[in-house]
Write a protein that binds this ligand. Structure first.
Ligand code: NAD
Length: 406
């Protein structure tokens, strides 16, 4: 698999050519402030001790405390975390929030751990990193395979170690443990607000046929949000494969089916498909919402969607970007599309520090306004510079960081 950090740096080089940035600034953006590797000893249920490898990359805090999720995945490594931390830096800058960029992770398949082992691993992660974390220093959040419950364990462990009772050290917590209304669905909801702003510009029909790769926090809620708005979700998949129905999938029934059977396949009225087939389905909108490098030089020619809306981080390689550009398939980029998650995380942090609790309406009204303004800015910038949406988003973000850094 291509190293995601190489992909990220190739995107940065391209933005540096398209924009007007100082050489020293671009060199500075190529290295993280620090990358930390930790070993986490965990007592397993059978009494043995297993050592896990964990990470926290603090990429850049020019605009504010480092901010970014924690990923638990068997393939996670320092290069993936570095790439994700770099994209977080630009995402927060493009979003216009006073946060820098970071990311964390553990190389582990959480499906192989009991709940107790998962809790001890998560508490172990924060014990190793308590010195560098904190509401004004570095504020993690959920990512792939990490949940509100894990965030609550981390907040609790951090409080035990430091005495900090604000809970603002981490976001994405359950609501009764200092979480924000709307955080769980904010990434998908935010993607929908961005989509609505871009829809006309991209010549998409009023009601779109949508294919979604991924059925986790981002993908499953996207399915719900898009179908509630009257769009037709024709295909959706998880790591084991997907289902397809050109007439549209009933999302509520599909969620029930996955809950009761543990899989998407076998859903009544739908055809089982592979993940690769999903990406190549004829549709208006393709939403990758799983992992990096899914759209690459091996399948970019075969993509039949009119538009790609990147809900996952880094789903398209630079090679695929070029192929899709030549084929006139616009990509609305990850760091704009999925920024609803970090924006509501920032709202959660602010509510914790001010000891406030906002209603879901207040959260989504603020989110919508911000994402509409950000989307307009990006659309304007890409017309001005005659460049792709990815490059214009990068340039808006880099300009904000460079100005503050200087
Ligand atoms: P998650 O753990 O909740 O879900 C991941 C989903 O992807 C699961 O359904 C899994 O089965 C599926 N998956 C894994 N490999 C796959 C493959 N090869 N093909 C198809 N599906 C596959 O994770 P999430 O939080 O939904 O994150 C998904 C993506 O969205 C990641 O790139 C993440 O960085 C990004 N993201 C998430 C948030 C958030 O708030 N959750 C915010 C911003 C960005």
């Amino acid at each position: 698999m291509k190293n995601p950090f190489d992909n990220a740096m190739s995107q940065l080089d391209q933005a540096a050519r398209a924009g007007n940035f100082g050489h020293a600034f671009i060199s500075r953006m190529k290295v993280p402030d620090r990358d930390i590797r930790i070993s986490i000893p965990v007592e397993m249920d059978d009494g043995s001790i297993k050592i896990f490898e964990g990470y926290r990359v603090e990429y850049n805090n020019t605009l504010g405390p480092y901010k970014g999720g924690i990923r638990y995945h068997p393939d996670t490594d320092i290069n993936e975390i570095k790439a994700l931390a770099f994209w977080m830096t630009l995402k927060c800058a493009a979003a216009g929030i006073p946060m820098g960029g970071g990311k964390g992770g553990v190389t582990v398949d959480p499906k192989n751990l009991s709940k107790g082992e998962l809790e001890r691993l998560s508490r172990g992660w924060v014990r190793r990193l308590a010195d560098v974390l904190g509401p004004r220093k570095d504020v993690p959040a959920p990512d792939v395979n990490t949940t509100p419950e894990i965030m609550a364990w981390i907040a609790d462990e951090f409080e035990k170690i430091t005495g900090d009772k604000t809970k603002a050290v981490i976001t994405g917590k359950p609501i009764d443990k200092g979480g924000s209304e709307g955080r769980n669905t904010s990434t998908a909801q935010g993607a929908f607000y961005v989509f609505e702003k871009f829809k006309k510009e991209l010549g998409l029909p009023e009601k779109c046929a949508v294919a979604i790769q991924g059925f986790g926090n981002a993908g499953s809620f996207a399915g719900v949000v898009f179908s509630r708005a009257g769009h037709k979700v024709v295909a959706i998949s998880d790591s084991k494969g997907g289902v397809y129905n050109p007439l549209g999938l009933d999302m509520d029934k599909l969620l029930e089916h996955k809950k009761s059977t543990g899989t998407l396949s076998g859903f009544s009225g739908a055809k089982n498909i592979s993940n690769m087939e999903l990406l190549e389905i004829e549709c208006d909108l393709l939403i990758p919402a799983a992992l990096e490098n899914q759209i690459n030089e091996t399948n970019a020619e075969k993509i039949k969607a009119k538009v790609v809306l990147e809900l996952a981080n880094g789903p398209t390689t630079p090679e695929a970007d070029e192929i899709l550009f030549k084929r006139d398939v616009p990509i609305v980029p990850d760091i704009l599309v999925n920024s609803g998650g970090v924006i509501v995380s920032y709202f959660e942090w602010e509510q914790n520090l001010k000891k406030e609790h906002w209603s879901e309406k207040e959260v989504f009204d603020k989110l919508k306004k911000m994402l509409e303004e950000n989307s307009e800015k990006i659309l304007k910038k890409s017309k001005e510079l005659k460049t792709t949406f990815r490059m214009s988003t990068f340039i808006v973000a880099l300009e904000r960081i460079e100005e503050k850094m200087i």
